[in-house]
Design a protein around this ligand. Structure first.
Ligand SMILES: [Fe+2]
Ligand SMILES: [Fe+2]
Length: 348
């Protein structure tokens, strides 16, 4: 996809689009869109929180306007707020307006009420892989936790969900991919050649940023070790509702925006230990009076197996976080230089 066309199309889209261009013998460009974290919230009967609906409706409408068409859409998890069948169904109804194939990953808000039963019934397995035009895509359920905690005697599944559906979660548990999925991943990757670009989709970051908010995956290093043999690996995740990026060894990390609401950066919570990657230039504080501020979408161009994310931020300055081949890491094209950063707003 030509970038100019992509950016025109993205001018008002709450989604992400990915362009990939590589392949040893016959490189093929292609794009995919990425929509995430809609947190569809049921009130009662057929009533849902309208603002969260609007974010997803807009994403779907704008994705359908894209020209050329993205090859597929990826949905990054947290389709529901409390995992209720009504919420999942309502979210899927809205997403059903998309033309083309959609791949999904599980978010914790989809999972903890019934341990993913309804989500899986509607959408299938929570971890899988597929190949597309020379790229190996892997989807992992990264929001699992200790079996004993999941299966302890809860008054109800909703009590378990309410423990996990909080940003600050003193009684919650850390997310993890877990041993059985790691074994599966090892087998899945065994047949993939070292020079095949690998893209991993997870809901939580497969890196450790801030444990108290579960911007964290407890067995991140073990998953990273399985990805180490490959020349080019990118992990794209939702969950954090903000821009984050990082480079750890051969692995580039990028977050996707939410269509629902922004989260603050963990650094705003100064008493807490946090490991926001040094590379990441934080976004401006969201305007609380603008319901779409600090929500958004991104175009992702993939050049020779590395990813450039073009974030489109309504009512804010767009950003490009692009892989810099010389530096071997993603950098913010406009705002990496501290002198060029936009100071936080102070007028609220
Ligand atoms: Fe979320
Ligand atoms: Fe989440």
């Amino acid at each position: 996809m030509k970038k100019s066309a992509a950016l025109v199309a993205a001018g008002s889209l709450p989604l992400s689009v990915v362009e990939m261009s590589f392949g040893k013998s016959s490189p093929q460009n292609f794009t995919f869109a990425y929509i995430s974290d809609s947190h569809i919230t049921h009130i009662k009967g057929s009533e849902f929180v309208r603002n969260w609906d609007r974010g997803l409706i807009r994403a779907v409408a704008e994705t359908n306007l894209m020209d050329p068409r993205p090859d597929f859409v990826f949905y990054g998890g947290d389709i529901a707020q409390l995992g209720k069948p009504e919420e999942i169904d309502h979210g899927l109804d809205i997403l059903g307006g998309l033309s083309g194939k959609i791949h999904y990953v599980m978010g914790e808000h989809d999972y903890y009420v019934d341990l993913g039963d309804y989500w899986k019934k509607q959408l299938g397995p929570d971890h899988y892989s597929f190949d597309h035009k020379g790229v190996h895509f892997v989807v992992l359920n990264s929001i699992l936790t200790h079996e004993e905690w999941m299966h302890k005697k809860w008054p109800s599944g909703m009590d378990r969900m309410l423990q996990m559906a909080r940003l600050d979660n003193p009684d919650g548990q850390p997310f993890m991919v877990g041993e059985s999925q790691r074994d599966w991943l090892k087998k899945d990757l065994a047949g993939i050649s070292q020079d095949t670009p690998v893209v991993v989709f997870s809901h939580s970051p497969i890196q450790k940023i801030h444990k108290g908010w579960n911007f964290w995956t407890d067995d991140a290093e073990q998953v990273q070790a399985l990805l180490k043999p490959f020349d080019k690996v990118t992990v794209i995740y939702g969950h954090v509702h903000q821009i984050q990026y990082n480079q750890i060894g051969n692995i580039s990390f990028h977050s996707a925006m939410a269509t629902a609401w922004p989260w603050p950066y963990p650094s705003a919570y100064s008493q807490a230990e946090t490991y926001l990657p040094k590379l990441t230039v934080e976004m401006n504080r969201a305007d609380p009076f603008n319901e779409r501020d600090a929500t958004g979408w991104q175009f992702i161009n993939m050049h020779t197996g590395n990813v450039d994310l073009n974030y489109v931020l309504p009512e804010n300055k767009n950003r490009v976080v692009a892989f810099d081949v010389k530096q071997g890491k993603p950098v913010d094209r406009d705002y990496q230089d501290p002198a060029k950063r936009i100071p936080p707003q102070v007028h609220y």
